[in-house]
Design a protein around this ligand. Structure first.
Ligand code: B1M
Length: 235
């Protein structure tokens, strides 16, 4: 964005914009790392009756997709992407209680973490929110988890599901390290193992020995529910 654009942005009354222009403006603000503006836009869309999932997918994830393209093409660099991520997290903090609205119940338990070498956590955090919204208890191990962290959490929390996230082609193979370790300890079948992250696909999920690859947070919820129901029925 040019200085001129920045200057113009200062005068924009977000609440006066129609929905499509507001979304466009929010995506610009996310791109520019303007956390407060992204929060304000999120609140306005909710007040206008947008569902939390629609605000998330259309305004926030849509904005982050644009950031991703420019990051890939060398137009944006790490500091800018970090501030865009910070702005996105601002919007997500407003949506979190809504996405997690059902709270309290125990549809099942999940341990989730981003794998070793990888510090991307926005997608994982979304999965956590949506799983909590669907009534799951989620233990979040955060980022950069070596196999030992997963093993310790599985032992401590005895979850139904292990979820792993990776955003880099260089870190996604680490999922196999974790799964192989579960196999060699004879505990692989004790857990439903779900994997996700932008560079993965179904074929990869199968190749590393996961039970399923989850395209997005909503798919993670559906797959978790379905697999857990099957497992409980079989037991
Ligand atoms: Co990174 N980065 N990054 N980055 N970054 C990517 C992933 C990249 C594709 C950008 C690009 O080139 N276009 C590229 C990877 C290329 C590749 O591996 N082939 C890349 C790179 C190269 C890097 C660095 C190496 C850059 C550098 O330093 N030179 C570096 C690596 C650091 C490291 O991890 N060791 C790096 C750093 C960063 C930041 C720190 C600046 C920041 C992360 C901030 C944070 O997460 N707190 C960042 C960001 C923000 C991105 C992009 C722009 C956005 C990722 C994101 O949050 N997407 C990303 C480009 C892109 O993906 N568009 C990029 C939004 C999020 C909602 O989607 O994470 O896919 P996603 O999650 C989805 C699904 O994938 C799924 O559900 C989620 C919600 O629907 N899902 C799961 C995810 N995890 C799941 C787990 C499950 C189930 C589903 O478990 C059951």
């Amino acid at each position: 964005m040019s200085d001129q654009d920045d200057y113009e942005d200062e005068d924009i009354d977000l609440s006066a914009l129609p929905d499509d222009e507001l979304v466009e403006q929010m995506q610009d603000d996310l791109y520019d790392g303007l956390r407060e503006e992204v929060i304000e836009g999120t609140e306005i869309l909710l007040e206008r009756g947008w569902g939390a999932d629609k605000v998330l997918n259309v305004a926030l994830v849509g904005g982050m997709t644009i950031v991703g393209v420019d990051f890939r093409d060398g137009i944006l660099f790490v500091p800018e992407v970090l501030s865009a991520a910070n702005a996105m997290k601002g919007g997500m903090s407003i949506l979190k209680p809504l996405l997690s609205a059902s709270g309290g119940s125990t549809a099942g338990k999940m341990v989730i973490g981003t794998v070793k070498g990888d510090i991307h956590d926005i997608g994982k955090n979304l999965v956590k929110m949506m799983m909590e919204g669907a009534g799951f208890e989620v233990i979040d191990l955060g980022i950069n988890n070596p196999v030992e962290d997963y093993l310790a959490a599985l032992e401590e929390h005895n979850p139904d599901i292990l979820g792993m996230s990776a955003l880099l082609t260089t870190t996604m193979p680490y999922m196999k390290v974790v799964i192989d370790e579960l196999v060699s300890r004879g505990i692989r079948e004790d857990y439903i193992v779900l994997v996700g992250g932008a560079p993965l696909n179904e074929e990869f999920g199968e190749a590393v020995g996961a039970d399923a690859y989850c395209r997005d947070a909503a798919a993670a919820v559906d797959i978790a529910k379905e697999m857990l129901a099957e497992r409980r029925a079989a037991a």
